[in-house]
Design a protein around this ligand. Structure first.
Ligand code: AMP
Length: 173
C-alpha cells in the first residue's frame, strides 16, 4: 500500500521551519494501519525476537500493535518521571538543550533480542538514546524500524551499526 499520501504534512508545527509529518491521518485509516503492522509482523515473525520496544508517544501506537500481532512483550521507553518503578535514564541532544528518556530496570533481561519502533527517523538522536538504554540492560538490537524517514537529516549516521528499516521517505529538512 502507498502510505505516503496518508501522512499529513503540517508546515510550521510545532515551530516555524518544521515540516511536521502527522501520522494520525495514517492510523485513522484502518487498512493502512493494519498494513504497516502486518508488514512488520511478517518481517519479524521468522526471526528470534523477544520483545518490542517503543518510544513515547507515537512509538507506543505502532510498537504496541506490533507486539500484540507477534504475541510478544511490549516495553515502553518514556519521558522523564513517567515510569513508576526503578529506571535507567539516558540524555540526548536536542537542537536547543538536552532531553532524556527512561526505561524500567527490569523491563528486559541480558541477551534479550529486541526490535525498536518509532514513527519517524529525523536526526536519530531519540532512537540512539533508546538503543543505549536497551543495551545498558544487556539486550541486543535486531533492528530499528520506523514508518517514516527524513533522509536529509542523516539519522542513519547516528544509528550506524544498527540495521534500520523504514517504510516511507520524505525529502524534507
Ligand atoms: P530525532 O530524534 O531527530 O530522530 O526525532 C525523532 C522524534 O521526533 C520522533 O519521535 C518523531 O516523532 C519526532 N519528530 C522529529 N521530526 C519530526 C517531523 N518532522 N514530523 C513529525 N515528528 C517528528
Amino acid at each position: 500500500m502507498d502510505l505516503a499520501p496518508l501522512i499529513r504534512n503540517v508546515p510550521g508545527f510545532p515551530k516555524p521551519g518544521i515540516q511536521f509529518k502527522d501520522i494520525t491521518t495514517l492510523v485513522k485509516n484502518g487498512p493502512a494501519f493494519r498494513s504497516v503492522i502486518d508488514g512488520w509482523r511478517e518481517r519479524y515473525a521468522e526471526q528470534r525476537v523477544d520483545a518490542i520496544v517503543g518510544a513515547e508517544a507515537r512509538g507506543f501506537m505502532f510498537g504496541a500493535a506490533l507486539a500484540y500481532a507477534l504475541g510478544l512483550p511490549f516495553v515502553p521507553v518514556r519521558k522523564p518521571g513517567k515510569l513508576p518503578a526503578e529506571t535507567l535514564s539516558e540524555s540526548y541532544q536536542l537542537e536547543y538543550g538536552t532531553d532524556s528518556l527512561e526505561v524500567h530496570k527490569d523491563a528486559l533481561s541480558a541477551g534479550d533480542r529486541v526490535v525498536l519502533i518509532d514513527d519517524l527517523l529525523a536526526t536519530g538522536g531519540t532512537m540512539r538514546a533508546v538503543a543505549r538504554l536497551v543495551e545498558r540492560l544487556g539486550a541486543e538490537i535486531v533492528e530499528i524500524a520506523f514508518v517514516i524517514e527524513l533522509p536529509l537529516l542523516n539519522g542513519r549516521e547516528q544509528l550506524q551499526g544498527y540495521p534500520v528499516h523504514t517504510l516511507v521517505k520524505f525529502m524534507v529538512e
